[in-house]
Design a protein around this ligand. Structure first.
Ligand code: CA
Length: 225
């Protein structure tokens, strides 16, 4: 899940980024409206968190232009409590939800999850691949009744494969979905995570559910013991 944060208050932007990354999202941050619009138009995000009072283009303009361009990415607008803008107007320009500053991270994360559930194509929250259960809402994984602890990033890689189970997912697609564009390291990071996942979801259970398709990528299949 890749998110865009458009917020000119640098400290707030950074704390938003940290909070969202800790939940396993890939997050890009920009600090003005016109860069935000450019990113939102070209980069394929699952949701945009958009401040209203921004330099260059304000949040209303960004949102309106996105919708004019028929980009339906869900938008959560951030408003200042006694700011000159009101939230009803934000919703009129095509935003999906708004949050008044200051807000708690817990509330923000809940709103983002709700937005992601509503936005895009409907997809089941709990994915099952054989006896492997990947609960995207709770961010929990189990094999049969055995819970499997995973880090946020490991979970994100697994969910990426589970959403397209039985299909081959390329390393580049996994990298795009799970890592943000600030990551400019080796594509082989994906391999490292796949290895860790196998140690968690397969080896202890005597399974081989993550197949390597040479030269193409990985495929998550239902595997018998
Ligand atoms: Ca602002």
């Amino acid at each position: 899940m890749r998110l865009l944060v458009v917020e000119d208050e640098r400290e707030l932007a950074e704390s938003l980024r940290r909070g969202l990354v800790a939940e396993g999202y890939a997050v890009d941050v920009v600090h003005d409206g016109s860069t935000g619009l450019e990113y939102a138009l070209t980069e394929g995000y699952q949701a945009v968190i958009l401040d209203l009072m921004l330099p260059r283009l304000n949040g209303f303009q960004v949102c309106a232009r996105l919708r004019e361009s028929r980009v339906g990415t869900p938008v959560l607008v951030l408003t200042a409590k006694d700011g000159e803008y009101d939230e009803a107007e934000a919703l009129d320009t095509g935003a999906d939800d708004y949050l008044t500053k200051p807000f708690s991270h817990v509330v923000l994360l809940a709103r983002v999850r709700a937005l992601l559930r509503r936005g895009g194509e409907p997809r089941p929250v709990v994915l099952t691949v054989g006896d492997l259960v990947v609960d995207q809402a709770q961010r929990r994984c189990s094999r049969g009744t055995t819970p499997i602890p995973l880090t946020a990033k490991q979970f994100a890689v697994l969910a990426c494969l589970a959403r397209r189970s039985d299909a081959v997912v390329s390393k580049i697609d996994i990298l795009d979905e799970v890592w943000d564009e600030a990551y400019d390291g080796d594509l082989n990071i994906v391999e490292v995570y796949i290895r860790a996942l196998r140690r968690s979801i397969d080896v202890p259970f005597g399974r081989q559910s993550i197949e390597t398709v040479r030269g193409e990528g990985y495929r998550l299949v239902s595997a018998r013991a």
